[in-house]
Design a protein around this ligand. Structure first.
Ligand SMILES: [Zn+2]
Length: 221
């Protein structure tokens, strides 16, 4: 048994993650189409669910997107206060708080492709693929910068010799290389916090290696 309720221009504001603002901001729910379902399992038992399909708008940048919030009588956990049902939330397009995508069009084509796919993997919580993507990104940057060495370990060291990365930067890149190896060879997923920090470090490197030099060549001729 199912029923559907449509509500428009709901009162009040809500804190949701905005893809453009890259953080939690106040949003208005423009429209919500709610599905309430129940499946009778006999003996007085049933599985009940609610799915709210919402068109939302950020009150800061005015960006419009889509949010789906679902709860189910079977999705519950227990804490000191007893049983509670948790809400599963998905955004379309997907987003990740704090992740500010850089202007990829100033990057070499090969770097652009792997960068975009790694960001998509992080946003969609595909954490193993994101870890592999981070390692592939470092490899692609090394190749583009003609880093020398027979393996990624040596190539990262050569980035420092070429003054592309500082000594501290090299240590961090080695940590990301190990993180990528664990994802690729041990199928180990890293958490959101690790992946977010990894992409921030890579953004910083891309900024210094490609984006700032491009801006300097354009503005300070
Ligand atoms: Zn916004």
């Amino acid at each position: 048994m199912k029923d559907f309720i449509l509500e428009n221009n709901l009162e009040g504001t809500h804190k949701f993650i905005c893809k453009e603002c890259c953080r939690e901001t106040s949003h208005k729910i423009i429209s919500s189409y709610c599905e309430n379902g129940s499946e009778d399992h006999g003996g007085g038992n049933s599985v009940d669910w609610t799915v709210k399909n919402q068109i939302i708008q950020c009150l800061g940048c005015e960006n419009i997107s889509f949010r789906v919030s679902s709860t189910c009588s079977e999705d519950y956990d227990v804490d000191i206060d007893g049983i509670y049902h948790y809400e599963t939330i998905k955004y379309y397009p997907s987003r990740f708080e704090g992740l500010k995508a850089i202007n990829i069009y100033l990057l070499p084509v090969e770097v652009q492709g792997i960068y975009q796919e790694t960001i998509l993997a992080i946003e969609n919580e595909q954490n193993i693929l994101a870890g592999i993507g981070i390692r592939a990104l470092i490899e692609t940057i090394c190749k583009d910068q003609k880093a020398e060495g027979k393996d990624l370990n040596q190539q990262i060291n050569s980035l420092h010799e070429k003054s592309i990365v500082t000594k501290e930067g090299v240590d961090i890149l080695h940590k990301l290389r190990v993180l990528g190896n664990k994802a690729a060879h041990e199928v180990q997923a890293h958490n959101k916090e690790q992946l977010s920090l990894a992409i921030q470090i890579i953004d910083h490197m891309l900024d210094g290696t490609y984006i700032i030099p491009h801006k300097v060549s354009r503005v300070l001729k």
